[in-house]
Design a protein around this ligand. Structure first.
Ligand SMILES: [Zn+2]
Length: 251
């Protein structure tokens, strides 16, 4: 690490749980962020600022005026521009020393296949259950930790599916029977802006903890935050032995 990096990351290096070794580990890590909306923006900001070596950011959409209330990587000038290029510009302004790979496309199995082997953790900041199902199954099969967050209205939730250990539950253990019918179109739902920032920031925090193996992550626990009362609840997620993805009968 050179002098500039020692200064840039000094407030992390001062933490004994991170130290120089942890910061160097972050500077060799790669994180895939799916979705550059209300959750992906703050998550990407903190991971870029924290010196994650490589961020792969994936979103097919253009910046819309209705996004700016909460999607804090994008500016008024970037309305109409691809979210990936808008995000990339902002992230490089914060930290020009990292590498960003922009994928202006919808996440598919082929896209995941192409990138998942080089990724150390995946942040699901997408807005639909079909994508969530796809990401979670690919993460399970490739033993990649998945940091999954969601926000609707004043309610947020977040958990970690740490597939590096077989005994941990997966997304389908928590949501076994999801179909496209259960999808709520986030594009027309109200979202309390700061709550997206809070949940996305927790996703960044959990990602760093997962990468460095520090503290206790939300693996096996679903954190629920009510933005109106600011009450936090944690629900235990049990591994389902009959889970069609990770259970004993899964193929
Ligand atoms: Zn499962």
């Amino acid at each position: 690490m050179n002098d500039d990096q020692l200064l840039r990351y000094s407030r992390h290096i001062l933490l004994p749980q991170i130290d120089i070794n942890g910061q160097e580990k972050l500077s060799k890590s790669c994180v895939l962020i799916v979705g550059l909306g209300g959750l992906g923006c703050p998550a990407a900001l903190y991971l870029a600022a924290s010196g994650i070596n490589k961020l792969i950011i994936c979103d097919p959409d253009l910046v819309d005026l209705t996004n700016l209330q909460r999607q804090i990587l994008h500016t008024t000038q970037s309305v109409g521009e691809a979210k990936t290029s808008s995000a990339e510009r902002t992230l490089y302004q914060i930290n020009p020393t990292i590498e960003i790979i922009s994928l202006k496309k919808r996440i598919t199995e082929d896209v995941l296949q192409e990138y998942i082997s080089q990724v150390d953790a995946i942040i699901d900041a997408s807005d639909n259950f079909i994508t969530r199902n796809l990401i979670s199954q690919m993460c399970y099969h490739h033993k990649k930790p998945l940091i999954s967050g969601a926000v609707t209205g004043f309610n947020g939730q977040i958990t970690v599916f740490d597939h590096r250990k077989q005994e941990n539950p997966c997304y389908q253990c928590l949501f076994p029977e999801l179909s496209a019918d259960s999808d709520v179109n986030c594009a027309v739902m109200g979202v309390f802006a700061p709550l997206a920032g809070i949940i996305g920031s927790i996703q960044a925090a959990e990602t760093i903890k997962v990468l460095l193996d520090i503290g206790t992550t939300l693996s096996g626990r679903l954190l629920l935050l009510d933005g109106l009362t600011m009450q936090l609840r944690t629900i235990k997620i049990n591994k389902d032995p009959d889970c069609h993805v990770c259970g004993a009968v899964a193929v």
